[in-house]
Design a protein around this ligand. Structure first.
Ligand SMILES: C[S@@+](CC[C@H](N)C(=O)[O-])C[C@H]1O[C@@H](n2cnc3c(N)ncnc32)[C@H](O)[C@@H]1O
Length: 124
């Protein structure tokens, strides 16, 4: 492994630690949303999801889903017949997303832990 790779690994570990921290405090993370989205997180997230042209029954993979802040906007469109898969490398974020799914009784969601850089395209 080269020196460059070692420093990249170190940086990546730091990033992972940051997300693990936020995943343990999803309520803080939610408030942080107001700063990121200049006080209008629901409006901006809703607008972004609208651009996807999802339909009832759509199957969605959200890569780097975090604590599931987009889930309610996606679920509102795809409904009970759709499928939502959340993918993230932070277990803490996925735990927060899992709690949200349970609270909302979304049984058509699945959460998977992994690194997006390792995802491979599969032909159907
Ligand atoms: C800023 S948060 C955004 C989360 C969510 N998409 C949202 O809108 O609230 C970024 C998320 O990406 C995840 N992430 C970053 N790089 C990743 C990678 N290579 N593979 C999987 N997840 C990753 C982090 O763990 C974190 O939960």
């Amino acid at each position: 492994m080269s020196i460059n790779n070692k420093s990249t690994d170190k940086q990546l570990n730091k990033v992972k630690q940051v997300y693990s921290f936020w995943g343990r405090f999803p309520l803080f993370y939610m408030w942080q949303d107001y700063i990121t989205f200049i006080g209008r997180p629901s409006f901006i997230r809703g607008l972004a999801i609208k651009q996807l042209n999802l339909r009832p029954g759509s199957k969605v993979l959200e890569v780097a889903c975090g604590s599931g802040r987009n889930f309610s906007f996606i679920m509102e469109v795809i409904g009970r017949d759709g499928v939502l898969v959340g993918f993230d490398y932070s277990q803490e974020m996925l735990d927060a997303a899992q709690k949200l799914c349970q609270k909302k009784n979304w049984d058509n969601t699945k959460l998977i832990r992994g690194d997006a850089a390792e995802l491979k395209a599969v032909k159907h």
